[in-house]
Design a protein around this ligand. Sequence first.
Ligand code: EPZ
Length: 422
Amino acid sequence: MDEIIRVQSNGPLSGEIQVEGAKNSALKLMAASLLIPGVTTLTNVPNIADVYVMSEALTALGVVIDSPAPHTITLDASNLTSYRAPYEVVAKMRASTAVLGPLVARSGHASVALPGGCNIGSRKIDMHISGLEILGATCKIEHGYIEALTPTGLHGMPVSLVFPSVGATENLIMAAVLAEGTTIVSNAAREPEIADLIDFLNTAGAQIEGKNTTTLTIIGVEELKPIEHRVVGDRIEAGTFIVAGCIAGGTITVSGFNPKHLGIVLDKLEQTGAVIERLDRGVRVTATDTIKPVDIQTLPYPGFPTDMQAQMMAYLTQAQSSSIVTENVFENRFMFADEIGRMGADIRIEGHYALVRGNTHLSGAPVVAPDLRGGAALVLAGLAADGATEVSNIYHVDRGYESFCEKLQSVGARVERLDRDV
Ligand code: EPZ
């Protein structure tokens, strides 16, 4: 039985939404537990599908995982029993490639299925592989798997990334923490989720300097010790609900994250006329009746996050005139534009550029979630549409959002999950 999300505008929102721990940190912290012989405890872990997929991947490697309390998981990586991350798991979730670096560092051997492309781009991992080879791993691709071997262990070396890839930066950090000697990663990504991984590893005994900068110095250590760590708040989940408030109208508070992690997003929303009060652990946002257009260029952090591009595009269809959205991170991340077109949006795509016409009357329609963030953005568009919008393929949304409908309902949105006969 397939489920859909049915949404329709229901006037201004009010109240407070508490976001969870960041999906894009929790998954990497789980992978990093492979480095640690003992029981690692993670708290503020989001209850989302991708966490279950990562648990499946780690269990296949011999990690014993338990969940003693809501949003808490323990990972016992004392005895790894395999170095092979199976295709059926990696194909479900690209982030499983995050086991590559820690597995090679801990076991000297890793066999990880090549992540399929997905619908936002080819999702290559050439930078991951070339970085591991510089650290002394021998990598070869056979039968759809990357085999990485380092019989004599990894050795610290300078590695320069051609692009500040989040995943490549994380894999190299996790590979280097147990290497012999010092690794310097230049042109490293600086996303807050990477800072969270660095905090986690340093608490466990690693020696990583340069957090939040583009140059990381990692001095290899003998062993890491098990710790407890709270996952950083999810800035993208938070941004999604903040934009929901801007689209639907009213005033809501979104808590549980550091507003500094959404700097440019909040600045851009203020440029449209929204009023944003930055709090210690969140923001209070009041929508504006006359939305000014604003141009968006997605870039690696601290630039505008690509994971907020679709949500912003939904909002900009309601601006007084047109905006230009430039997608610089992924080569194919405009599928959302096609789907929202079914609701009456007029978005012209030219390569990396999207011209988002403003003053659009959106009407509710059946639409299909193209990916995680696009699916969430379609629900947001439904908040401004005339009539009901039914979003299918909502398994995409469940990958990254816990209780998405319930959270929106709690601030007055008319959003519900329904069983829908296919
Ligand atoms: C992470 O993906 C996030 N996923 C993505 O979030 C996010 O959009 C992305 O970072 C950028 O911020 C997780 O953390 C699980 P990249 P990742 O390596 O690591 C190219 C979401 O919605 N590239 O920074 O895969 C790549 O093809 C997801 O939560 C190479 O060419 O992103 C892409 O065009 C979607 N070769 C660009 O770099 C490589 O070796 C950025 O990729 C690696 C990447």
